[in-house]
Design a protein around this ligand. Sequence first.
Ligand code: G3I
Length: 351
Amino acid sequence: MDNIRLFFALCCGILCGACTHTTTPPSDDVLVPLQSISPFPVGVAVDVGRLLSHTPYRTVAETHFNSFTAENSMKMSALRPDASSFYWDEADTLAAFCKQLGARLHGHTLVWHNQNPDWVENFQGTPEQWAAMLKKHIQTVVARYKGTATTWDVVNEAFDDNGGLRPTIWRQHLGDDYIAQCFQWAREADPTAQLLYNDYNVEENGAKLQAVLLMLDDFQKRGIPIDGIGFQMHILDTYPPLPSIHAAVQAVQQRGVLIHFSELDVSLNFAKTATALTEGMKQRQRQRVEDIVSLYRTIPAAQQVGITLWGIADTDSWIPNFFSRLDWPLLFDEQYNPKPALYGFLDALRK
Ligand code: G3I
């Protein structure tokens, strides 16, 4: 997959070197809060510490967004210092922030192979004890935020890019049907929350999507309570091609379930060739964001969970650290000023 991404990124870099772009946004660009004109929730992943300590960060969060995901504070490593206790401070702070704003808390994530505490990784027990440990975690967390976290990523990234079930500790100790069990435990804890399976590269319309569709069909046949799919949408300016994303969305849409674009960012420097953000790159990102939001608007309203950005400003993004490269994947710049991509989002909402 990485080779395909690299190919698209390089082609686009070459082509866009020849493009001419305006250096300022069109003069009729009018800045309004995203959430004020959006027919669906517009969300963002936040760092709770930064929300409390950094005024520009908080101001943008409060102004533009009406759904919040904890970037890290609701993962098992954050909530579970040890087997017998829970650490709620950060998650509770975010829940209170959401309540105060009248915003949604999107729960992320109950079950994942990353960011598990050491005591979980080293847990010794029978399959029944593993199941009891995970059930307690899921049900305690879901029950605590019942009514506030109205949507949940129950299981995150259970499939690899070839469509196989990842060999996670959960699969290893609970068996291949663990995903279904997790959804059932979550439903028992909150009969009204919308329960989602969340993954990346689903939008490529490839083997991983097929695995997710098979799971969805199987769960629907067996009455396993799954309400929808989160397309993470960690995408490039040029990859996946829009028709692939559209086909993937339609395949899920046809099954009648909810669709969340749950972690959107648009990376501009996959090939690591850029040393600064150019006007051409900004405009390419603006168009890409407009295309993605326009595509999301083709989904029937009853199936829309919303679009969530994975961070506020470029400096908040996970991408530069994780991939060791410069990048500018989000809607706001380092000073928390809107980038052209924000206007691309607004353009698509105004259509
Ligand atoms: O909290 C520690 C801190 O104590 C320590 O000093 C510091 C040193 O590096 O690390 C801090 O932990 C980091 C944590 O983020 C909180 O900042 C971890 O190293 C770092 O690995 C972790 O990265 C997070 C990543 O998930 C973990 O896989 C990113 O912030 C977060 O954006 C990212 O989010 C994931 C979604 O949950 C699932 N989908 C993919 C997405 C991007 O990877």
